[in-house]
Write a protein that binds this ligand. Structure first.
Ligand code: CP3
Length: 351
């Protein structure tokens, strides 16, 4: 089947489909017992990501249970700092821990030369998936966007307010302190990484900018919009037909500037974006994806049904892909995901 016949790709090219395509961020992962089972075979999470047998299996697990229209490569955004030579570890119950990058000297020690060698197992995973997923399913490749990668690289761990990254970003916007060099190194690495994913069989791409919402408007322009626009330009130069979805989570009204200025084909909405605004302002500009609250999926029942129906009523009349506003939570009962699929798929028969 040609890529263009797939409903997920058609939605990203602007088509309005009777039943919207759907997939869920973090559709592979700890809420599935079969994932916990294979995950227990590796002590180290990055080793797990770099083992194609395990990463292929983790990607395919949710497809066996649910008829998602897309499969997302199983990996993590932090493979990029790892490939650039920064020390990255995932600690049980603590999340990622990195040796912080805090100065121009630290940035100069990062090295993009071994990027593709280091990420070869990820490319191998993609090419195996490209030949093994169902023919109507789209294979999504992804990367963290530069700002969100920088928050982890500079802070050295997850955070709520990112004091080190945000102060360095402010000074870096006005003088040569190294922060702009870090972002530009990340623009190079992410662009090359995404192009290599497409060369190996990824059919669509998503850029995760999970922490875009903590920036002031001027900083959002400088560290979210500008780097994303440059990545989109470079990837599109090499691969003009591959659709790209941006996810500037928490961007609020700046979602509109983001879409107008970056050239993305689709935008993933967090659960705070009002549906009427999304349909009147964003949907005329590009395909929208989203935005069920992951807590509504965890809660299930009437709340999930009502929220899902409201999203479909507001957005399914335009170019649309159903998804969550952020990744599935590990405590989510797998039956709720099955029920969600029935609501989305069953709608045309019951109307
Ligand atoms: O199914 C999928 O979505 C594909 C795989 C995927 C993972 N991480 C697997 C993962 C994807 C697309 C990501 C993206 C990611 N990773 C983001 C952006 C999206 C988002 O959710 O905001 C971010 C910020 C990260 C960084 C990250 N990875 C953190 C902060 C953590 C620890 C917190 C947590 O949820 O455990 C991870 C670990 C991680 N990445 C796990 C999985 C399945 C859990 C680790 C494990 O199984 O031991």
């Amino acid at each position: 089947m040609k890529t263009i016949d797939k409903s997920f790709i058609r939605a990203l090219k602007g088509e309005i489909l009777d039943t919207p395509p759907f997939w869920l961020m973090r559709q592979a992962g700890r809420y599935l017992p079969e994932y916990r089972e294979i995950r227990s075979k590796s002590r180290d999470f990055l080793d797990f990501c770099y083992t194609p047998d395990l990463a292929v299996e983790a990607t395919l697990q949710p497809l066996r249970r649910y008829n998602f229209d897309a499969a997302i490569l199983f990996s993590d955004i932090l493979v990029i700092p790892d490939a650039l030579g920064q020390k990255v570890a995932f600690k049980e119950g603590e999340g990622p821990v990195l040796e912080p990058v805090r100065s121009a000297g630290d940035v100069a020690r990062l090295n993009g030369e071994r990027l593709h060698d280091h990420l070869a197992p990820v490319y191998e995973t993609i090419s195996r998936l490209a030949s093994s997923i169902p023919e109507t399913t789209t294979l999504i490749g992804f990367s963290g966007a530069p700002w969100t990668l920088a928050t982890y690289m500079v802070e050295g761990h997850g955070s709520k307010d990112f004091p080190a990254a945000r102060t360095w970003a402010f000074s870096g916007a006005f003088s040569d302190t190294g922060f702009a060099d870090l972002i530009s190194l990340l623009v190079d690495a992410v662009s090359e990484y995404l192009c290599a994913q497409v060369d190996n069989g990824a059919e669509a791409l998503q850029l995760f900018d999970t922490w875009a919402g903590v920036l002031s408007p001027s900083q959002f322009e400088r560290w979210v919009i500008e780097p994303t626009a440059e990545i989109v330009r470079r990837v599109k130069t090499a691969h003009p037909d591959v659709p790209i979805i941006g996810f500037p989570r928490g961007a609020g009204v700046l979602y509109a500037d983001f879409v107008r200025r970056t050239g993305v084909d689709g935008v993933s909405l967090d659960n705070g974006v009002p549906l009427d605004w999304a349909s009147s302002v964003l949907q005329p500009l590009c395909t929208v994806q989203g935005n069920l609250d992951n807590m509504a999926l965890l809660a299930g029942g009437q709340a999930m049904e009502t929220e899902t129906t409201q999203i479909l009523d507001a957005l399914a009349g335009g170019p649309f892909i159903f998804n969550l506003g952020h990744g599935i939570l590990p405590q989510t009962p797998p039956e709720h995901v099955a029920r969600l699929g029935e609501i989305i798929r069953g709608r045309n028969e019951t109307r």
